[in-house]
Design a binder for this molecule. Structure first.
Ligand code: ATP
Ligand code: MG
Ligand code: MG
Ligand code: MG
Length: 562
């Protein structure tokens, strides 16, 4: 491609609200343009990078035996009603109606859609296991779109779904995807950590997140120096103690008021606004429900996801109205959560109290800031507790290390949650009908672009790793009015193209300084500068990373590029 023709409107400045390097450099280097909050256009260079990432993702998914399909971005409401996620997804879901008032959403993910696709046609154990994927635009009306394409409202995701006959084979499919993800992120040259997601606190789900390390990342991870242990900091496991028999008995004696309003709930739990209690997780009719306490609107969803061990979109945020409607819903009339299972989530502690009626504010009883030893004691069991700096990993005696990062991939064991909701079954060897075991696997394709930039830039611009660079090489003709320079530049350009190199030729009628600045900014790995010695077929060769210039013949430089 010749730069005189390339649509590459680079920028000197970007608006002041652009916070992180990747966002800034992708805008300045003419990779992306904003069209609305969280909605972006990919310009020629940017789209090339996206396609490079897609190619690597495709190759590794195909290698792992997954098959690519393409489903619509528009999904009918009914399948989301079946799983209960039409409501549960809440305001993050873009919803729309057609001219006949039929309701749809713009898919934020596609567990229901894929399950619906296969359920009538997969009938026998002989057709399983099956793994399907797509690379497709996803829509999430994020509460806080930020960092450009990092947290967008429209973004490209590779999503895959595995279908198996048993939990054991589901585990195998899951590990195959785990390995495929390692290969993908290795090939993308990312410095990343695979961290444990939830540990099965709610429904036995297992998950791993692939976190590209970056100071500006929104997620925090905790890991052990030996590498034996890594988890999102909220999900890190430590030993925790539950109330003992006597304490349970005493706590049970506390009055259990009838909860009618959100004030009742907050009073009941002894919550003051802005105190440490973040959310209350209740089981209502066997289903996890999260009570969202007003006054704490800044609830960190990914943190909450970690606490509860369920994907964010499975967490129900409730308003006062919701609470009232649950209170009066058929078959359940008692105060919320009582004689069900109650888990209180504190800033720095998780208390799991089962089959217990609790009351707060009775003298000597503390629900808020309940401390082991002071408020209760008991047998040792494992639970989820946020890890703090200085905490020791019991198994290894090491102190946790912490790092920040960007979630570029997430894999989940789903079990039978969606097959049950959508009635996806198969007949086993004995002709017995059984539920299909599923997994789901996401890669944030466009978010990965920004994660790569966060790890690869300097004060002059982006430094693309070769595997995703929009072009591998760039030839800069210092003076495009000089015939010798232009003809050597063109000759090398043709030669490199014929050799299969993706190459740019900067033949623009611009000052050399502008060309050099742009070349640094857009981060092409290998560079040839054709200048005064063009007549002798001598050029200057350098690479973007160290910029060290070496004079050599044009032939020598072509050999180097290959
Ligand atoms: P986050 O915690 O950042 O909100 P998520 O856990 O909600 O992400 P998943 O449902 O696990 O996201 O989706 C799979 C992948 O899609 C994520 O790992 C991430 O790489 C990507 N992704 C999710 N939300 C966005 C977004 N708003 N913009 C760009 N990529 C996204
Ligand atoms: Mg997440
Ligand atoms: Mg999210
Ligand atoms: Mg995730």
């Amino acid at each position: 491609m010749k730069l005189s023709k390339l649509y590459m409107p680079t920028l000197r400045e970007v608006s002041a609200d652009v916070e992180v390097a990747s966002h800034k450099l992708l805008l300045r280097g003419a990779f992306i343009r904003k069209s609305a909050s969280g909605i972006y256009t990919y310009l020629p260079l940017g789209y090339k990078v996206v396609k490079k990432i897609e190619k690597i993702v495709r190759e590794e998914m195909d290698r792992a035996g997954s098959q690519e399909i393409l489903m619509s971005a528009i999904q009918p409401r009914e399948i989301w009603d079946a799983s209960g996620r039409w409501d549960r997804f809440g305001p993050e879901m873009f919803k729309l109606k057609d001219r006949n008032d039929r309701e749809f959403c713009l898919g934020p993910t596609a567990e229901e859609y894929f399950t619906t696709l296969i359920k009538d046609e997969v009938k026998s154990y002989k057709q399983l296991p099956l793994n399907l994927y797509q690379i497709q635009t996803k829509y999430r009306d994020e509460k806080r779109p930020r960092f450009g394409i990092n947290r967008a409202r429209e973004f490209s995701m590779k999503d895959a779904y595995s279908f198996d006959t048993s939990p054991e084979t589901m585990e195998i499919s899951y590990m195959e995807m785990y390995r495929a993800y390692e290969r993908i992120f290795n090939r993308l040259n990312l410095d990343y950590k695979v961290v444990e997601g939830d540990s099965g606190a709610m429904g036995g789900n297992k998950s791993h997140e692939f976190i590209a390390l970056a100071e500006t990342g929104e997620g925090e991870i905790a890991y052990s120096p030996s590498g034996k242990y890594a988890a999102t900091s909220e999900k890190a496991k430590v030993t925790y103690k539950l109330p003992g028999e006597q304490e349970l008995k005493e706590l049970k004696e506390v009055a259990t008021p009838d909860l009618k309003t959100i004030e009742d709930v907050t009073k009941f739990l002894g919550i003051e606004k802005n105190r440490s209690l973040k959310a209350i997780d209740l089981m209502v009719e066997g289903k996890p429900v999260i009570v969202f306490i007003p006054g704490d609107r800044e609830l960190n969803m990914s943190k909450l996801e970690g606490y509860l061990g369920v994907p964010e979109h499975d967490i129900e945020l409730m308003t006062e109205e919701d609470i009232l409607s649950i209170n009066s819903s058929a078959g359940y009339t008692g105060p919320i959560g009582l004689d069900k299972s109650v888990r209180l989530i504190f800033d720095n502690a998780v208390t799991k109290i089962q089959n217990l009626s609790i009351g707060a504010n009775k003298e000597g009883y503390h629900i808020i800031n309940a401390n082991y030893g002071r408020d209760f004691s008991g047998e040792v069991c494992e639970d989820l507790l946020e890890v703090r700096k200085g905490d020791i990993i019991e198994e290894t005696g090491e102190e946790y290390l912490f790092a920040r990062g960007i979630e570029v991939g997430n894999i989940f064991q789903l079990g039978t949650k969606y097959s049950e909701a959508l009635n996806a079954t198969y007949l086993d060897v004995n002709g017995k009908e059984k539920l299909i075991w599923m997994g789901s696997y996401g890669v944030g394709v466009t978010r990965t672009v920004s994660a790569i930039v966060e790890q690869n830039y300097d004060e002059d611009g982006i430094i693309w790793p070769m595997s995703v660079a929009p072009y591998q090489a760039i030839i800069t003709v210092v003076n495009n009015k000089d015939e010798e320079q232009m003809s050597l530049g063109e000759k090398m350009y043709e030669e490199l193209i014929n050799l299969g190199v993706e190459v740019l030729l900067d033949d623009r009628n611009e000052r050399a300084g502008v060309k050099f600045k742009d070349r640094d900014l857009i981060g092409i790995p290998l560079r040839v500068t054709v200048g005064k010695k063009a007549g002798e077929e001598v050029i200057e060769y350098s690479n973007r990373k160290d910029k060290e210039k070496v004079e050599m013949t044009s032939e020598e430089s072509i050999k180097k590029i290959l």
